[in-house]
Design a protein around this ligand. Sequence first.
Ligand code: GLA
Length: 744
Amino acid sequence: MIEYIGNKYFHLKNSKVSYIFYLMPNQQLGHLYYGKALDHLSESDLDYLAKYENKAAGTVKFSEEDSAFTLSDRPQEYPVYGTSDFRSGAVEMFDGETPLYLDFKYHAHYESKGKERVLSKPATYAEANESETLTIVLTESEHDLKLELNYTIFEESTVIAKNQRITNTGKTAKKITKMLSGHYELPSADYDFLHLSGAWLKERQITRHNLAQGTVSISSLKGASGHQHNPFIALQHKQGTIDTGEVFAMNLIYSGNFLGQAEVDEWDNTRLMLGIHPDQFSWTLKPDETFETPECILGYSDKGLNGLAGEYASFIERHIIDRKWQGQNRPIVINNWEATYFDFDQEKLLKLAQISKDIGIECFVVDDGWFSNRDSDRSSLGDWYCDTKKFPDGLKSFADKIHQMDLQLGIWFEPEMVSPDSKLYQQHPEWVVRHLHKRIAIGRGQYVLDFANPEVVDNIYQQMKKVIEETNLDYIKWDMNRNITEAYSTYLEQNGLNQTEFFHRYILGVYELYTKILTEFPNVLIEGCAGGGGRYDLGILYYSPQIWPSDDSDAVERLKIQSGTLLAYPLSSFSNHVSVVPNHQVGRMTSMKMRQDVAMFGPLGYELDLDQLTESEKKEISERILFYKQHRALLTFGTFRQLIELDDRNNEYCWSVYDGATGEAMVGFYRILAEPNPSVKDYIKLPFVSETEVYQVNNETVSGQVLKQVGIRKPYQFNGANHDRAQVKGDFQSYIYHIKSIKQ
Ligand code: GLA
């Protein structure tokens, strides 16, 4: 998959994609192409691509030796600001207070096959026959630095994974002040910058900016990827749709502070960059030390947003999430949070468990409140042992009872936090992230533990280990409910390390705890969570195959949250729960049908007091669970596709999952507000069906050609008169189409 041509050009290619770069006249790396596979490239094609006339005569030149060469408008592979290029660079270093204008020149390159999965280091992984990695070694002879740029290409994927390693080969320490992971340039600004923005309860809403000269950026400086922005960024061609047009994207395998930006220069070149946020960050590189950036995955499609989403989803399931969960049934859970909040005891939970079991649920998750004296969110975080008021017979006895019912057991933890009112805090006030000054910010009544300190990580691990062993635990919900302020670590201070390394070291500490748990308990399914979706990123997915996406469980809000999330992440990663009405976050009334129709796309769960439901509601749930179990593989791992164009005023959504091997599909149609006398756009085309086959659509028979060219008919809406024929009525409508190919 890797070619080295004419001692100058590097071509990474597979059946879908080509990525090409070359040695520029100054021996630095220039970018040439990323896009649809270029199959039979000759050297003269490459010479043609590399031919270049800089755009303005007045630009500063790179050196006195070559009066024609400038970096000012050149697409590069890993640019440095201030070296005849005035755009933002990818790497910046200092020697003391002196900025270094780095000049990394090609030194050597080598290739390797496959990529091992190293638990402590979230990154892509692959078998030997599935990927090839090209490493380019560059050196900076004036400042004694070695830079290695890694590029990995995978079989049958448009994704190119990139990361970088820098080593100090000199005799004095230097400081890295910026080192991004992803960098990509396009000679055009005919794109929208697309990303996922939001807030608590409304995470990952699709947001677009029209590109124009200047910079648009998104970021987090909260110590977590955050609710507000997500490390996924994309450039979508202005004429693009959900199914057409080129899209270039990036995502970072990282859960901490990040910066993503698109910069358009005066010649309409667009530079896209993504990596650890350079603010609040610097890293001291002593002689012989190496710093490595988190990995970034570049994605490409010429088939619009659905094309890109499909590329990313299958890639992430295969090369980032632990493959053991691929195609594995995810348990249908009942979570007691919205059912009881803190007001529960073992009897109440066992009753809920029994009803859950009776209606077909498979896993009982005890949420917040089971430990120490935790009766509200003001105490006890950090003291991870059973609250004997709530569980007089102990946690083990409760766990045994749950297991005897043939249910799995899950337990909620918030490992990174401590309450001021806790034993842990009394014993170790120095384990809290806080500055030496008196004032300390507090969020949800809790402090953040200093995960840059290995002793803290180990203490929490030992506590969790005891609970996991005692309860024979199947499932962990790992929460994280506040962001980091006044970042300062006593541990770093005592060990002579810079506080500017704190945020990165904190996240490495979080990964260390995941590593310890999964090394000892590899079969525990960990569900990620951070006040809902405050850390929905590829770093977390490396350990947790699924994430609680939002504290907003309202079906209508979930239409938007899920549609945004699935542009960048697989359906199998998105946990959905059916909750009570009026909904606890927005007070909306939706039918049980709609709540279940929305929640069944992805891993399904319930989060309500089943004991308060009528018999007919319970029956409705158990019937749906039965249906879900029959189609779980399709609804979790099928190829997801939006069938209605996405914009921020969507009144209608149409989701589909399709299994190419069986020809089976499930389509969910949702209309938020009923329309009087609706327009005649009554059909939705199914692009995935085969024109030569015949399908059963619920109880009708329709040919593939009709479904493809005309589509499925939208459900009949109530129009004031059609009482017998209306299939949907009122606001918050939903309708499911089950589509099967009939072999003739
Ligand atoms: C966060 C989570 C919720 C729930 C509560 C418990 O808000 O997102 O799902 O677990 O914490 O305190």
